[in-house]
Design a protein around this ligand. Structure first.
Ligand SMILES: Nc1ncnc2c1ncn2[C@@H]1O[C@H](COP(=O)(O)OP(=O)(O)OP(=O)(O)O)[C@@H](O)[C@H]1O
Ligand SMILES: [Zn+2]
Length: 724
């Protein structure tokens, strides 16, 4: 007897290794095929991986259960999965799981949907409802049951009766027409000379059919979208595919309409709120090439494109590109990796590029195209700081007098104002006036945030929600709980109270979501049906509201990210983005920033409109501290049910760190967010020069480290973005 043929199969579970299976006689499989394999006793869908295929002696070898008629993973996709896993230290199976999203169990030809058709036979019994149904069906077409019932104004049971009677018969419905395809040959807008030359460079990058990375560095309102749409047009015209990524689902919404205006049809959409059926359709369409353009949140990077020509990473600086749970990867960086593997052009677009990307461009690793001025001769907003120490509001209010009078003037001129505060809910802290008790999350080292619209207290880390209590849970005093500090809901209340005639809208992800509600709100603002917009960071980027001329930033918030080496950069980016919403239409804009540190270099750079100066100073500071992009960082978070366990394991880890001259291991120290979901957290930080292969260092470290026991978990984060 000959030994069985075998293959390696990677399964979408937390295994790093592919498992070896026997291939039953009569089954032909190749790397990339989707197969069903037994995992323990459970049939599991996985992907045939590279390697293996040898003849192995093994009576106990399990056999594949079958093959699935679904588009598999190309060699480049498999290479991408391997690469991401190796870099992030995530098990390969966990990365594979992301690449299998939307995979239907069977993509084979579908059974046609059945509808109803008149047979011409008279029913045995006539009623007015039956007559109506037959009259509607008399046109001879096949109707869906629902449509026929609606059109005739009868219930579904009437139709069932007619089928039983032979007057209606089941009949296959014609397949739905394919969605319209975007047309790359529609004329785009007329571009300014700067835009035109940037667009030509991007078109050339796509036409080159090879890997390249280009930073599209253009100030807010410079028309970056119009420019990168030309690169999309080039990809479409070649019959190839383009992926446009946005850091948040909410930002995909306005892009859909802009894309449709440019190309006559909407792109496919891919993100967490798309339902299972929709995802299956997108996955199938990108795999067979019938879908050419996709707009997606970060997970779209793992779609199995057949012929990917272009990836645009819009707002490339955005921290939301970093996934923090499961596989910790930065979709911006992994887009570059995918581009290298696929030979695709990568465009990183931003008005406030990350220092990482700026330095890559300066050192010639990336190309750089600049749009230094706004489109149409519009000017950048004038930015001023309001010193909250001297010119702040009275206690209990949050809008400084100078901001109030600016809003008043803006409204009087028939223009719109935006009040920005990066804090959801009504108040970040609720405390008892009598005993000083603070309302805390029972599972996290965090305060509960009051959400007054929902009458509840919510933990922003674990989602724990409680009704706002009437009495203090500690001292039982009645009506003693007070809200401290503002969230957007509170700013909205103040705006409504101060400007009773103004139409005030609030935009916050927890209130609006990313669906039709959001679209309706954005439309209303664009049309001028809203006077004051109050919003979280959801409103800071990407949006274009022509009537908006004043932006008020309620709190410049530097202290928040004290442990974060990117705190200054992030604050600069956020304020530059939000102030960049002002004055994009006919009239010039201005912005007021409420701050307790008006002399902070970030505020000074903003007020002086000195972007370059800020980046230069920031680069010097980061280089001196050997912080990214001049050095490398990785974080290891140890969590455990008790602090002692977490600390002990953190110490043991630190002791087992391989000695390498240039690599520093800091900690363990208690994480700024010391407990989440009941787990105590300690952090270690690895700092190394750029030349060090940090993932390799971590791998050899963790392989030799004492195993985590007793509920201890170790999470590795290469290139951390969050320092909580
Ligand atoms: N060549 C053009 N012709 C007509 N309108 C244009 C042109 N370029 C840009 N615009 C318009 O100018 C506005 C700003 O452009 P866009 O939103 O692309 O800027 P942006 O650079 O992406 O800004 P931000 O970074 O602030 O999001 C949009 O309404 C856009 O349609
Ligand atoms: Zn919590």
């Amino acid at each position: 007897m000959t030994a069985p043929r075998t293959v390696e199969v990677l399964l979408p579970v937390a295994f790093d290794r592919a498992l070896t299976y026997a291939v039953p006689d009569g089954l032909e499989v190749a790397p990339g095929d989707v197969v069903v394999a037994p995992l323990g006793t459970r049939p599991t869908v996985g992907v045939v991986w590279d390697g293996g295929g040898a003849e192995v002696e093994g009576a106990r070898l399990k056999a594949l259960l079958g093959k699935v008629a679904a588009s598999g993973l190309s060699a480049s996709m498999r290479g991408f999965v391997d690469w991401v896993a190796a870099y992030t230290l995530a098990p390969r199976g966990q990365v594979l799981r992301m690449a299998m999203r939307g995979l239907a169990a069977d993509e084979g030809p579908r059974e046609p949907r059945m509808g109803l058709k008149a047979t011409g036979k008279a029913p045995g019994r006539r009623t007015p409802a039956r007559d109506k149904a037959l009259a509607a069906a008399a046109n001879g077409e096949t109707w869906s049951k629902k449509q026929l019932a609606e059109s005739a104004g009868v219930s579904a049971s009437v139709l069932d009766g007619l089928v039983a009677d032979g007057a209606l018969a089941l009949s296959p419905l014609p397949p739905p027409p394919p969605p319209p395809r975007p047309d790359p040959h529609l004329p785009g807008p007329e571009l300014s000379p700067e835009q035109a030359s940037a667009a030509a460079a991007l078109r050339a990058a796509v036409a080159a059919r090879s890997f390249s990375v280009t930073l599209l560095d253009g100030v807010t309102g410079s028309g970056k979208t119009e420019v990168y749409c030309e690169a999309v047009a080039e990809a479409l015209a070649q019959g190839r595919q383009a992926l446009v990524m946005a850091p948040e689902i909410a930002l995909t919404v306005p892009f859909l309409d802009r894309f449709a205006k440019r190309f006559g049809a909407r792109p496919a959409v891919w993100h967490a709120s798309v339902g299972e059926k929709g995802r299956e359709a997108v996955r199938r369409g990108v795999a067979d090439g019938s879908i050419q353009a996709v707009v997606a949140a970060r997970s779209g990077l793992f779609l199995p494109f057949r012929d990917l020509a272009l990836v645009v990473v819009d707002e490339e600086h955005d921290a939301a590109y970093k996934q923090e749970d499961g596989v910790s990867y930065n979709a911006r960086d992994m887009a570059v990796v995918r581009g290298r593997i696929e030979g695709a052009a990568i465009v990183l677009a931003s008005a406030t590029p990350s220092l990482e990307t700026r330095i890559n461009a300066e050192r010639g690793r990336y190309g750089r195209l600049a749009l230094p001025a706004r489109f149409g001769g519009r000017t950048m907003p004038e930015i001023k700081a309001i010193d909250m120490r001297r010119a702040g509001p009275v206690k209990g209010e949050w809008l400084a007098p100078a901001l109030v009078s600016a809003v008043t003037q803006t409204l009087a001129a028939g223009e719109q104002a935006l009040l920005f505060l990066n804090r959801r809910g009504y108040a970040p802290l609720t405390l008892c006036r009598r005993c000083g008790h603070r309302m805390k999350c029972p599972h996290c080292a965090a305060w509960l945030v009051e959400h007054r619209f929902r009458a509840s207290l919510v933990c922003h880390h674990c989602g724990y929600t409680a009704h706002s209590p009437k009495t203090c849970p500690a001292c039982a005093a009645e009506d003693s709980l007070v809200a401290c500090g503002p969230g957007v809901e509170r700013i909205r209340d103040e705006a409504v109270a101060r400007f009773p005639d103004a139409r005030v809208a609030i935009l916050s992800s927890d209130l609006i979501g990313a669906g039709e509600r959001l679209r309706a709100e954005l439309d209303a603002i664009e049309r001028g049906a809203v006077d004051i917009v109050v919003g979280t960071q959801m409103v800071t980027k990407g949006h274009h509201f022509p009537g908006l001329t004043l932006v008020g930033a309620i709190d410049a918030d530097f202290a928040l990210g004290a442990a974060d080496p990117r705190a200054a950069e992030r604050t600069f980016q956020m304020l530059q983005q939000v102030t960049g919403r002002a004055g994009r239409g006919e009239r010039p804009g201005r912005a007021l920033i409420q701050t307790h540190e008006p002399d902070h270099p970030v505020i000074r750079a903003l007020a002086a409109n000195d972007r370059e100066g800020f980046y230069r100073a920031e680069a010097i500071a980061r280089e001196a501290a050997m912080m990214p992009p001049f050095g490398r960082l990785a974080a290891i978070v140890v969590s455990a049910p008790t602090r002692e366990l977490a600390e002990a394991h953190g110490r043991a880890l630190a002791r087992s760190a391989p000695k390498q001259e240039t690599v520093r291991v800091l900690g363990p120290a208690e994480a700024p967010l010391a407990m989440v979901r009941g787990r105590h957290r300690m952090r270690l930080l690895v700092q190394a020069p750029r030349a060090v292969d940090v993932p390799a260092y971590l791998r050899s470290w963790l392989a030799a480290a004492p195993p985590a026991r007793g509920g201890v978990r170790v999470a590795v984060d290469v290139d951390p973005q969050s320092f909580m």
